[in-house]
Ligand binder design. Structure first.
Ligand code: MN
Length: 161
């Protein structure tokens, strides 16, 4: 093999590799693109317990043996739950985006991918997306002592504070 031929092969290889790298850099992150999702986005939530648009995919339904329900919720930017409480608390696993979580009487927390919240029992709180970035969370909710109790909507003032 001539050294000129070898040099050409190396050169083509280098150019191809560089192009691939810049393609990766330019890729924008679309959380809703199906290939980026861990769980399906699910069904749009149509009840009055939310402000803005949110979707839920139920992953596990509670039964008499394992009394936890598990759902993946996607909040579009600005969307959030109303104030509510869970009789046995709730665990929130942050999958993607930027979200908010606030318990009554405490500062609002910012949630990012990988953040985990253990919401205490019977504690009014709300959760949702930040104003500019959607938020995807998995909520694990024990149903031992009954369903979620829903309260008033989170006002814009509370949400932005
Ligand atoms: Mn909750």
């Amino acid at each position: 093999m001539s050294s000129k031929y070898l040099l050409t092969i190396i050169l083509i290889g280098t150019i191809t590799f560089s192009c691939k790298q810049s393609e990766e850099k330019n890729k924008t992150v679309d959380l809703t693109a199906e290939q980026e999702l861990i769980f399906p986005k699910g069904q749009k939530i149509t009840n009055n317990n939310f402000v803005g648009n949110a979707w839920v995919e139920m992953l596990v339904l509670a039964d008499s043996v394992n009394r936890n329900s598990v759902g993946s919720v996607t909040f579009e930017p600005g969307a959030r739950t109303n104030w509510h409480l869970h009789p046995n608390g709730q665990i929130i696993l942050s999958l993607d985006g930027v979200g908010y979580y606030q318990e009554q009487g405490s500062e609002k927390k910012i949630l990012r991918k990988g953040d985990v919240v253990k919401c205490p029992a019977n504690t009014p709180h709300w959760h949702g997306a930040s104003p500019d970035t959607e938020f995807i969370q998995v909520a694990i909710t024990s149903r031992v002592d009954g369903p979620t109790e829903w309260f008033e909507a989170v006002t814009d003032e509370e949400y932005m504070k």
